[in-house]
Design a protein around this ligand. Structure first.
Ligand code: NAD
Length: 250
């Protein structure tokens, strides 16, 4: 049988067609899940869901809007029957140095990457409880672990490190409800977030630091999310899985 048969999976930031969220949505659907794509543009989210198949849905949701997260999850419960899996994937980055981080940029980066994880989890957890449990996986980054990835600024590192703490605390709090919470920390994955932002010289330099000698593909991260969403990881909570080709071995 399929790993996610009968499960409903909510995935934030999955409308970007070449992104990690969409690759995760496709892989989860291949394994039997029904997908709810949440993204800023509801039409783009619905179109992305339709590309996967007619059973899947897309909803407008800005993860920085608490009421909006609740509305989107309520719609998922009404139309798809419940929520079993939440992938907190939505995120943005900005290449800027410490002394150049202005208050608005700090707020924007922290709000989407960190506050959004709280708000969408707050909306989904009660729905998971009514199903007797669930699995949440959150998007962090190698940037949280090594103090900067390649393109994210210090505020991005701080936000993604915050995700690790928030997820571990939620893992502790909701373990008794049979809700597991884990994180992934990807290295450099080729998506629109970094497309056209890496020169050929920079690319050679980056590859020299990656034992597997290639940049990551969205499906590399989707595979880790599938593991964390499925019963294969039934006794794993509060964990962090590196998906970085060996860029950081610790
Ligand atoms: P992407 O830009 O293709 O996808 C990000 C998605 O998030 C987009 O669909 C965007 O519309 C959506 N989004 C942005 N703000 C939102 C908001 N406020 N509410 C809802 N949705 C919102 O990029 P990606 O590389 O697929 O990024 C996915 C996640 O992976 C992000 O959290 C990113 O920080 C993280 N990440 C990426 C890499 C990488 O190298 N690509 C590495 C580590 C972590």
């Amino acid at each position: 049988s399929s790993l996610l048969d009968g499960k409903v999976a909510v995935i934030s930031g999955a409308a970007s067609l070449r992104g990690i969220g969409m690759a995760t949505a496709r892989l989860f659907a291949e394994h039997g899940a029904t997908i709810a794509i949440l993204d800023l543009d509801g039409k783009a989210a619905a179109e992305a869901a339709a590309l996967i198949g007619p059973a899947h849905r897309g909803y407008a949701c800005n993860v920085t809007d608490r009421a909006g997260c609740q509305t989107a999850v309520d719609q998922v419960v009404a139309e798809l029957g419940g929520v079993d899996i939440l992938i907190n994937n939505a995120g943005i980055t900005q290449p800027v140095k410490t002394l150049d981080i202005d208050p608005a940029s700090w707020d924007r980066i922290l709000d989407v990457n960190l506050r959004g994880v709280l708000y969408l989890s707050q909306a989904a957890i009660p729905a998971m409880k009514t199903r007797g449990g669930g699995a949440i996986a959150c998007m962090s980054s190698v940037s949280a672990q090594r103090g900067g990835g390649i393109l994210g600024g210090p505020h991005y590192s701080a936000a993604k490190a915050g995700v690790l703490g928030l997820a571990k605390a939620m893992a502790r709090e909701f373990g008794p409800d049979n809700i597991r919470v884990n994180c992934v920390t990807p290295g450099l994955i080729q998506t629109d977030i970094n497309a056209g932002k890496i020169s050929d010289d920079k690319r050679v330099e980056i590859l020299a630091g990656i034992p597997l000698n290639r940049l990551g593909d969205p499906r590399d991260v989707a595979g880790a999310f599938l593991f964390l969403a499925s019963p294969l990881s039934s006794y794993i909570t509060g964990a962090v899985i590196d998906v970085n080709g060996g860029m950081l071995i610790h």
